[in-house]
Write a protein that binds this ligand. Sequence first.
Ligand SMILES: NC(=O)c1ccc[n+]([C@@H]2O[C@H](COP(=O)([O-])OP(=O)(O)OC[C@H]3O[C@@H](n4cnc5c(N)ncnc54)[C@H](OP(=O)(O)O)[C@@H]3O)[C@@H](O)[C@H]2O)c1
Length: 333
Amino acid sequence: MSRAETEVQDRTAILAEAFRHALLLASEHEGATAPNPVVGCVLLDAAGAVLTAAAHLGAGLPHAEARAIALARDAGLAERIDTVIVTLEPCNHHGRTGPCSAAILSTPAREVWYGMPDPNPVASGGAATLRAAGLRVRPLAELNHPARAALVAKAERLLAPFATRVQRGRPFVTVKQALDASGSMIPPLGAKTFTGPEALLVAHQLRRRADAILTGSGTVRADRPEFTVRHLPDIAGKSRILTILDRRGRVDAEYLALARARGLQPHIATDLADALRGLAEAGCNEVLVEAGPTLTELVRASGLWDEWVLIEKAPLGQSDQITITRNLPLKDH
Ligand SMILES: NC(=O)c1ccc[n+]([C@@H]2O[C@H](COP(=O)([O-])OP(=O)(O)OC[C@H]3O[C@@H](n4cnc5c(N)ncnc54)[C@H](OP(=O)(O)O)[C@@H]3O)[C@@H](O)[C@H]2O)c1
């Protein structure tokens, strides 16, 4: 291999590693940023050394690129910024914070790599703006590296809740369904669950990242579930909407009051599609369906779901089996 070829290979390896780093940072904030997406950013100097790295921490707070640039300024490193790696195309509009395209143009950066195009028509166009200003701007899909497919898949999945909301007008719908050895969802008399500790942790991780929980009157009446995040720390200050499908008004006021006291925002709904639309309008990027067999089947039949987390009870002494299925990944990316 020639020296030039080796240099190109080294450079793509550096870029792939920077993307891995940026995606990891973004994933640490899953569930914390709605209605915004999770985003991570890494700034490199001309030799490929990491200058700073940052994630978007929440709505109204600076975007990942702006944070990484501010950190570089604070550390006296801003003049060395050469390459920006960011998991989502830099935004191009004045929202609650200034456009990231402008923030990048205020640095000496020459090259920008982004994970996914911005699915939000209001904010997209950052790549074109930066290109028009003379920067080399490339999507992750063009990175010539063996890890590219895995990195693109991760970037797509991290963006999917936000992309689903802005493109489909409903949140990303995750369904959690636990089955016992006989294929039943109903726990034994007197119990609220039948799954083991690992599956329980997964269930609470799903709840943690969700902006809303959707259940049915049957589950509320049978279990009076708390729907709080336990077994791991919750996101500080986060309050989830609790949508209960209940056409016959069988959910009592006391349950709703107790849910409110636990920090949830409970409300009754009578139609699945309407409820999902309302959640998107309220800024929810992801909803977790935790319902009994009736509503779970309704969600499956409606096709209004994106990720199905199936927990199958294992025989005593073995771990439950967890299978995650995606429904029609977004084609437009
Ligand atoms: N294994 C698991 O993963 C899991 C998870 C949660 C719960 N569960 C168990 O599931 C059991 C409860 O089952 P379930 O099927 O009665 O509960 P569910 O699916 O949570 O709730 C069913 C209720 O939803 C209401 N609903 C509202 N809109 C509906 C619509 N468009 N179509 C159909 N129903 C609609 C219906 O009441 P209205 O007709 O009044 O609207 C229906 O009775 C409990 O034993 C609980 O422990 C298991």
